[in-house]
Ligand binder design. Structure first.
Ligand code: MN
Length: 135
């Protein structure tokens, strides 16, 4: 067995409307009568990241591969890497993704409020992304 093989498959491409660069999703769990969250594994190629966005009931990230960034609006970006657990509060504008030099994958546990779990906002600009990568 190859111990460096990814935990989950890369999955299917995510829409460019909400992501910059090449990101992929493997859905893992859907909400059911006990659980009001979804779980999905998101793979970010180098340079790929989410748009800025918010979650009405927050989100938890379990980083399973590589290294990247998590940034709350108006705060310094945080380096996140394999094994890290990130707790994102409700209604906090943020993004997450790979670095310019490294791929990153995380499992995202995203709570629902009614039928909503995310509000997508503007892309992370090249300038914003460059600044973070110069850390
Ligand atoms: Mn998020």
């Amino acid at each position: 067995m190859n111990s460096t093989a990814p935990v989950f498959p890369k999955g299917s491409p995510l829409p460019k409307d909400w992501f910059v660069g090449d990101a992929f999703l493997t859905p893992l769990l859907s909400p059911d009568h006990n659980n009001s969250y979804s779980v999905g594994s998101v793979w970010f190629e180098k340079g790929a990241r989410t748009n800025w966005h918010t979650h009405p009931k927050g989100q938890n990230l379990l980083v399973t591969e590589g290294q990247g960034f998590y940034q709350k609006k108006g705060k310094p970006a945080q380096i996140i890497k394999k094994g890290d657990v990130i707790v994102i509060p409700e209604n906090v504008e943020h993004w997450h993704g790979a670095s310019a030099q490294t791929e990153m994958a995380h499992s995202a546990i995203t709570n629902f409020e009614d039928d909503s779990q995310v509000t997508w906002l503007q892309p992370v600009s090249e300038e914003e992304y460059r600044t973070v990568n110069d850390l």
